[in-house]
Design a protein around this ligand. Structure first.
Ligand SMILES: Nc1ncnc2c1ncn2[C@@H]1O[C@H](COP(=O)(O)OP(=O)(O)OP(=O)(O)O)[C@@H](O)[C@H]1O
Length: 331
């Protein structure tokens, strides 16, 4: 068994739109190890959600994916919808931003929790009901017996999001993808739900991909962090390193710019000047160059390859910050 659960290589995910082809994900490579939490951060429009959906196989109409998405050594890009349906739930599950859209409003919580278990795990109704109760306890839903009989609208937003996480965990996935799972919640509840995700991830030894625009949120709750900019990876490394020693100027800018739920009283901070390049017509060189104070002519002509800086830390920049002696080797 390899350490990698998911190996994404040169992933492109393009979407047709009236304005042209949106290059939402444009050549992204990374891996996600078994039992590891990987954060994916970047400002709105950087391609985080499309990347998650491309991995799941949930792309919109008029879209195209190329590259390789190896999950346990099997390329997800080659699978039919029927084959994917066997993977969704027991292998890969996803928690979306808005539980209002993911939970069925006219079905009681109990059935939403047990349906997948009965289908994928082949267990009896009474066993599934017992497990449903345990799951609600695991995700911290009070009065779980009562909540099982409730409809989604009878729960608060935070409780609905906990139920969504319980539904995602029901079939014991190896990988949970959580896409901005707390955006609609108030700040205290957001922190609780994010802490819950990290707790169940470590307790279950599951892999987690936690997507957020908030680098502060992700860095404290994941092992590694990938920073996306305009459809490409800008930086990836151990979370504490990316957070404490960012080597891409976009990562530093993001750290300074994001009003974080971790210190909401100090927000807003600096704003990154400029805006994302056009996703239908990105610049030929480094996509961050038009907003980068250190950009040179070379940055405008060539897309920078990933350069290893330190252990398990890489940056897509011709001129990373804080370069140390020896890091120039291999350039
Ligand atoms: N269905 C779609 N049709 C056309 N373009 C789309 C579609 N979905 C996403 N895009 C475009 O793809 C690019 C990446 O979007 P994506 O939603 O992945 O960004 P994101 O980083 O997840 O941002 P956010 O945090 O706002 O969700 C954007 O330019 C977006 O407008």
């Amino acid at each position: 068994m390899t350490a990698e659960l998911l190996e994404v290589t040169d992933l492109h995910a393009y979407i047709g739109s009236p304005k042209g082809v949106v290059r939402a994900v444009d050549g992204v490579s990374f891996d996600l190890r078994r039992g590891e939490a990987l954060g994916v951060v970047g400002e709105s429009g950087s391609g985080k959600s499309v990347m998650a959906r491309a991995i799941m196989g949930l792309m919109p109409a008029r879209s195209d994916r190329t590259g390789e998405i190896l999950f346990k050594g099997r390329d997800l890009l080659g699978l039919s919808r029927k084959e994917l349906q066997e993977i969704w739930g027991p292998q890969i599950a996803m928690v979306f931003q808005d539980p209002g859209r993911s939970l069925n409003p006219v079905v009681r919580i109990e059935r939403q929790l047990t349906e997948g278990m009965r289908r994928h795990l082949g267990i009896s109704r009474s066993e599934a009901n017992t497990r449903a109760l345990d799951l609600l306890k695991e995700v911290g839903v009070p009065d779980p017996e009562q909540r099982l009989r409730a409809y989604p609208h009878e729960l608060s937003g935070g409780m609905r999001q906990r139920v969504m996480i319980a539904v995602a965990l029901a079939c014991e996935p190896d990988l949970l993808i959580a896409d901005e799972p707390t955006t609609a919640l108030d700040v205290t509840i957001q922190r609780q739900v994010l802490d819950l995700l990290r707790r169940v991830q470590t307790e279950r030894g599951m892999s987690l991909m936690l997507i957020s625009h908030d680098l502060h949120v992700v860095a404290g709750r994941t092992d590694r962090t990938a920073v996306m900019y305009a459809g490409r990876l800008a930086e990836i490394g151990e979370s504490h390193e990316v957070f404490e020693d960012p080597r891409h100027r976009y990562t530093s800018a993001l750290l300074g710019a994001t009003p974080s739920i971790e210190h909401a009283r100090h927000a807003p901070l600096n704003v990154i000047s400029g805006s994302l390049p056009s996703p239908t017509d990105p610049p030929p060189g480094c996509r961050f160059a038009p907003r980068c104070a250190a950009a040179s002519e070379a940055c405008d002509s060539a897309q920078p390859a990933m350069l290893g800086v330190g252990v398990d830390h890489a940056v897509a920049c011709l001129n990373p910050t804080n370069m140390r002696e020896g890091e120039l080797v291999g350039r």
